[in-house]
Design a protein around this ligand. Structure first.
Ligand SMILES: Nc1ncnc2c1ncn2[C@@H]1O[C@H](COP(=O)(O)OP(=O)(O)OP(=O)(O)O)[C@@H](O)[C@H]1O
Ligand SMILES: [Mg+2]
Length: 465
């Protein structure tokens, strides 16, 4: 482990000077002078430094005591809601990879994890680029060479996730040969989610048909074809206009043909193998379908883990034996391009499920990681519990304002960049390069500029083959 003072175990000394000189002192920071380590996202745990994942290095020089070049870690003991913002190409998906590498079981031991107990994760992979987490970067690939050189500089070894599973919906391109089919069960979709998917209000005639149909089919396994049969039966609808039934029939039939739904589809419980990373490759789906899948996953997660933790607490209170039935204690749900899944200005199936997820998630051991290039376009009700932020380069003022609003600590007041004094935080964010961000958490007196470390597994911007 590198949370130590032994030089052989240290990360490379890659940052010894900086063009970013912050004038505001860091009056509060979780700093461990042994080995020069800074810990973010940590509730006080005394001298216990387990469950830390390596994020990168402090990139700013600071007035007063400077931490330039110190190693930055994120504590994963307690659930987080992490919010990553930045323009195209600023390093958001890269960060998601860095975080997932840090919490997952790796093919071989790595100093990027300090006593981490692997955590199960589910990635909503809207661009289908995270399958590479299962592969180490390769010498034979031009684009990987730069990454391998970077890893050497940082004194890190290439690695890959030991248990990564890739799921694709029917009809999507496959190329690994190991992809699993992703279908969802119609019974897992609630009436309001069907309505959001079909662009209907719950209290509209079509919304009423959906609600009544689901009620009639009950809690059994059923196909969309069974919904269509029920809707098509005149005797079930003495008072409902035929035109409304026809309209909903056409839409549902369209969904039946996509094969995205099946009575024997995925049960979220099957994804919850301890320490496994489940990558849902959704690039070829319509945005509303990406949103629906996210809704089903999020809602099932808080149901399953909520029940699990309640049973666990009761068993412990009454000192009874606890049968864990394989459910993990902790799960991370990771959503790239979150504004696509939960947009602000449209009804989307995922919205209420995610609002609920963040409200109830902490007690159920659930973390959420959201990345977006358009903070102003994301439904901000899901951001109420954000406790860690990664703020990359942004350009538009509306996006900067929306991102800064969610930083759980103070932003920077004055920073000198290349000889110029910047006094507006938006201007500071505008000058950042890819892989650089202000990291904010409640344990630090203000956000701190960090250089994110290289990925140890292949990054999905290019192919490892
Ligand atoms: N920490 C880093 N170290 C080295 N290179 C990085 C780092 N972060 C990002 N990059 C470089 O920047 C490129 C873009 O990063 P990434 O794909 O994460 O952008 P993004 O913010 O997700 O963009 P988009 O909004 O288009 O998805 C990467 O392919 C990589 O080359
Ligand atoms: Mg991206």
């Amino acid at each position: 482990m590198t949370f130590s003072t032994k030089s052989a175990e240290r990360f490379g000394n890659v940052i010894d000077k900086s063009s970013y000189a912050v004038e505001d002192p860091l009056v509060k920071l979780q700093y461990v002078s042994r080995g020069q380590n800074v810990v973010f996202g940590r509730a006080l745990k005394g001298e216990n430094y387990d469950n830390l994942l390596y994020v990168g290095k402090i990139l700013e020089s600071t007035k007063g005591k400077s931490y330039l070049g110190a190693d930055a870690w994120l504590d994963t003991t307690f659930p987080h809601v992490i919010y990553i913002t930045g323009t195209r190409g600023s390093g958001k998906s890269f960060d998601l990879g860095v975080l997932v590498e840090g919490i997952s079981e790796l093919a071989k031991a790595s100093p990027i994890q300090n006593e981490v107990k692997p955590i199960t994760s589910i990635i909503i992979d809207t661009q289908s680029q995270f399958w590479t987490l299962g592969y180490a970067p390769r010498e034979t690939i031009e684009a990987n060479k730069i990454q391998l050189d970077e890893l050497k500089r940082w004194n890190l070894e290439p690695n890959n996730l030991a248990a990564a599973k890739v799921y694709v919906p029917p009809g999507s391109t496959t190329f690994l040969g190991a992809e699993k089919t992703l279908q969802i069960r119609p019974r897992d979709v609630r009436a309001e989610e069907w309505c959001a998917l079909l662009g209907q209000e719950v209290y509209s005639p079509q919304g009423h048909i959906i609600t009544a149909t689901l009620e009639a089919l009950g809690d059994n396994d059923f196909e969309i074809a069974d919904m269509l049969t029920y809707i098509g039966d005149d005797t079930n609808w003495p008072t409902v206009a035929e035109s409304s039934r026809n309209a909903i029939t056409y839409k549902l039939d369209d969904y039946r043909r996509t094969n995205l739904f099946s009575a024997s589809g995925l049960s979220v419980k099957d994804l919850l193998e301890d320490g496994t990373c489940n990558i849902l490759s959704l690039r070829e789906l319509r945005n509303e379908d990406k949103s629906l899948i996210t809704a089903v996953i999020a809602r099932n997660l808080f149901d399953i883990l909520g029940r699990h933790h309640n049973r666990k607490k009761t068993a412990s209170f009454f000192q009874k034996p606890f049968d864990a039935d394989g459910t993990p204690d902790r799960v991370w749900l990771v959503i790239d391009e979150a504004h696509v899944v939960a947009p602000k200005d449209q009804i989307s199936p995922a919205r209420s499920a995610l609002v609920e997820y963040v409200k109830r998630g902490r007690d159920a051991g659930l973390s959420l990681v959201l990345a977006t290039q358009q903070p102003s376009a994301l439904d901000d009700r899901i951001l109420s519990q954000v406790n860690v932020t990664f703020s990359h380069r942004l350009s538009f003022q509306s996006d900067i304002n929306a991102a800064v609003d969610r930083i759980p600590t103070k932003s920077v007041k004055t920073m000198k960049f290349a000889g110029t004094n910047l006094t507006d935080f938006g201007d500071m964010v505008r000058v950042l390069d890819a892989g650089q961000c202000f990291l904010g958490d409640q344990a630090s007196s203000r956000t701190v500029l960090v250089q994110i470390r290289p990925r140890v597994s292949a990054h999905g911007g290019y192919s490892p083959f």
